[in-house]
Design a protein around this ligand. Structure first.
Ligand code: URA
Length: 433
């Protein structure tokens, strides 16, 4: 095969065959196809798109470019959840223990990417002494014995995506839907779970700015996952404002703990129940989603879900007392209350700006490998639709110094919009696929 001919075929709107796609991915991963030809192919796909079959072949070829995790050593149905990413998204921290308490085996392998607020691994490392770098045997043992494990990837999962994503990033081809679908789904499929539920975010703080784009992405990913023989569902959720109240590593852990204790019954619980009931129904662990919700809530009331989190923390080098007494978790030296300068209603809180504030305070990573402060961040006391009076606390900033807190305050004021009338309600769960 000649790469030039395949590029020409795609440029002309032709459909690539399974063997052609396999040849391209093998050749590129091995270094036999140069970046300049692969860039041209990515651009051709960007403009011409891919059929369902092509997207599935691309995903499967990428999945097989490296290690594929074999979860057959785990007893029972294994499940995984993926979010396309958003500010304040601490869902896995509460959802995994909730499902583990119901007998679902959650096996989550995460990469450590760049982000405003740190990823799930960073959030978990707010527990002092906890490590997420564990060998695969320990990972499997924890999934079997505790019911869930969340760990950093040690296996060489989807090396094709590492190369391709870096190339897409510098060639303006990241926003191509078949390329996003194959990038996300190849990694999810390689992680081995039987059931996969996706949380596709939409809104100004999300990758997919419009609901239409988010639903199309969700549908395409579900189709590819089913084509690969997995049980799939997706939920499209709002990311116009941060999820829940806390943004920042230890602060988000505290919100997840409060949710598992039944003290916090807001957006985070709503999302965990939606994702969790969908996973339980697909796994055949509940007759329908209503029964699953009831059981997940009972797991919170009985303390079973919280105890699963404590078991996980202890098994990975942390102190389980931090789960039961979260005031032991890292706390920033400065807390600054941001007061409303006028009365009215909160019309919106720009999610990306809150993420930038967290990064600015030291809670995220500006460059790969840099350190992170687990204690800093923002707690949003007022959210979209809430009425406020002048002088009410909008949010509390947790910072390393007074000066950093003051800078964050200015940034936070620009993230909040307050208007005279109540904004129209906006549901967190926008729809299901
Ligand atoms: N996340 C991924 O992993 N890949 C993409 O292409 C986009 C978002």
């Amino acid at each position: 095969m000649l790469m030039r001919e395949l590029i020409e075929k795609k440029c002309a709107g032709g459909e690539l065959s399974e063997s052609e796609i396999q040849w391209i991915i093998r050749g590129y991963t091995a270094g036999d196809i140069p970046d300049y030809q692969m860039s041209a192919m990515m651009m051709a796909i960007f403009f011409r798109g891919m059929t369902r079959e092509e997207t599935l072949y691309l995903t499967m070829s990428m999945m097989h470019s490296g290690d594929v995790v074999d979860l057959s050593a785990v007893n029972g149905v294994t499940a995984d959840k993926h979010s396309t990413g958003g500010v304040g998204d601490k869902t896995s921290l509460a959802l995994c223990p909730m499902l583990a308490a119901e007998g679902i085996k959650m096996a989550k392998l995460s990469g450590r990417g760049l982000g405003h607020t740190g990823g799930t691994l960073d959030k978990l490392e707010s527990f002092r002494g906890l490590t997420t770098s564990i060998p695969m045997e320990k990972f499997f043992r924890e999934v079997n014995e505790i019911g869930f494990a969340i760990a950093g990837q040690t296996a060489d999962i989807v090396p094709a995506d590492k190369k391709l994503y870096a190339l897409r990033d510098v060639t303006g081809t990241v926003p191509s839907r078949p390329l996003i679908v194959s990038s996300i789904m190849s990694k999810k499929l390689a992680s081995g779970a039987d059931v996969i539920v996706l949380d596709v975010k939409t809104g100004s703080g999300a990758f997919m700015k419009t609901e239409e784009e988010a639903f199309r992405l969700a549908r395409d990913m579900v189709e590819v996952g089913r084509g690969a023989g997995r049980k799939m569902a997706a939920i499209v959720t709002d990311m116009e404002q941060p999820l829940g109240r806390a943004v920042g590593n230890a602060l988000e852990v505290k919100e997840a703990i409060a949710t598992l204790k039944g003290e916090e019954r807001g957006e985070l619980l709503e999302l965990c129940l939606a994702l969790g009931s969908s996973i339980m129904a697909l796994a055949g662990a509940a007759s329908d989603e209503n029964e699953a919700r009831e059981r997940l809530l009972r797991g919170i009331e009985s303390g079973a879900a919280l105890s699963k989190l404590a078991d996980y923390v202890e098994a990975n080098g942390g102190d389980r007392r931090e789960v039961y007494e979260p005031e032991r978790l890292p706390l920033a030296p400065v807390q600054l209350e941001v007061k409303a300068e006028r009365g009215g209603y909160v019309a919106g809180i720009e999610a990306e700006q809150v993420g930038r504030i967290c990064l600015h305070l030291g809670g995220g990573r500006a460059v790969l490998g840099s350190g992170i402060d687990h204690s800093v961040g923002v707690v949003l006391e007022r959210k979209r639709g809430d009425a406020v009076q002048s002088g009410d606390t909008l949010a509390v900033i947790h910072a390393r110094s007074e000066a950093e807190a003051r800078e964050a305050e200015t940034m936070l004021r620009s993230a909040y919009s307050i208007q005279d009338s109540a904004p129209s309600p906006r549901a967190l769960i926008r729809g299901r696929v």
